[in-house]
Write a protein that binds this ligand. Structure first.
Ligand SMILES: [Zn+2]
Length: 323
């Protein structure tokens, strides 16, 4: 009897069927998410900048690999998703549960990211702004620390005439740091320097332009639960990474910790403490983590550009085999 050698299936062009696109994106996202969490644990679990670098990969590597696979089908595969997808689709309740998971994730995106963005009260951003001698002095005190870290064009600082206790880096093309008059009055000079150092750290780490790009990647993957969790992790770890950079630039982490507690107090900490909602609890636990990280001192450093590219390449190679 003659035995025929197994025929190798010719790679097919795929990726135009939305169901295949979504299921591949979800599988890639989940794999990337677990890979990023494991890498973080192994490398430096307490370094927020490294956490941002690794979890950011979960947002951009899966769509990049899907695009490459649509252009050039992988000749080899570690895992064939078609077989799994067909098996799951044949199990009625399981396939409906997966559809419900994807739709639910999409609804969470709308409720958590889209509606707050559209409904955000920007009254304080419309308040008139001008320069303020205390802000200029605080900026002049902290800018040299950032220049020593390689930040050459720190944004200007303006005072917004509103009592709401806010400070933020605003604008995409010509960003500026805005501190409200209410917050300015509540902080002493050392705290003001720590606050500006945190906002300058946002600018040094790519500012609003980088976050907007990540938000667009998140929106493109609105049905993917891995993208949902990864984006929230990036936003939270970014705050801690900016705290760490600010502490490095000023050498005074305790001042920034006291600013965080003061802002929370002004923002109505008592009201938040009495509020049993999940959002208030999440805000409090994030604040406690940030203060603890600042006071404990953050261990470890980021990957650097080369390390980031190497990690992205390694993850892309893993995902490339899953199609
Ligand atoms: Zn911040």
């Amino acid at each position: 009897m003659r035995i025929e050698p197994p025929r190798r299936a010719a790679p097919t062009r795929r990726g135009y069927d939305p169901r295949v696109l979504v299921s591949t994106n979800i599988a890639h996202g989940l794999l990337a998410f677990f890979w990023a969490q494991a890498a973080r644990r192994v490398l430096q679990p307490r370094c927020p900048a490294l956490a941002v670098s690794l979890v950011t990969l979960v947002l951009w590597v899966p769509p990049a690999v899907s695009l490459l696979q649509a252009l050039q089908p992988a000749p080899w595969r570690l895992l064939r998703l078609e077989g799994w997808a067909a098996a799951l689709a044949s199990m009625g309740p399981v396939s409906w549960a997966l559809v419900a998971l994807a739709v639910g994730t999409g609804l969470v995106f709308v409720a958590q990211e889209l509606v707050p963005l559209l409904m955000r009260d920007r009254a304080w951003q419309r308040a008139p702004r001008d320069a303020h001698p205390r802000l200029d002095a605080a900026r002049a005190a902290v800018v040299p620390g950032f220049q020593a870290l390689g930040v050459d064009r720190p944004p200007p600082v303006r005072c917004a005439h509103t009592r709401a206790p806010v400070a933020a880096l605003v604008g995409l093309r010509a960003p500026e740091i805005v501190v409200s008059a209410g917050l300015l009055d509540a902080l002493d000079d050392r705290q003001l320097e720590a606050l500006l150092a945190h906002e300058l750290a946002h600018a040094a780490r790519g500012g609003n332009a980088r976050l907007t790009l990540l938000w667009i990647l998140r929106a493109l993957q609105a049905l993917n639960p891995a993208a949902l969790i990864a984006f929230r992790q990036v936003v939270e770890a970014e705050e801690a990474a900016c705290d760490a950079l600010a502490a490095r630039a000023t050498g005074r982490p305790a001042d920034l910790a006291s600013v965080l507690l003061a802002v929370e107090r002004l923002d109505g900490a008592d009201r938040l403490a009495a509020d049993a909602s999940g959002q208030a609890n999440a805000r409090h636990s994030l604040l406690r983590r940030r203060v603890r990280l600042l006071l404990d001192g953050v261990a470890g450093a980021d990957l650097g550009r080369g390390g980031h590219l190497a990690a992205a390449g390694l993850l892309a190679l893993l995902l490339w085999g899953v199609a």
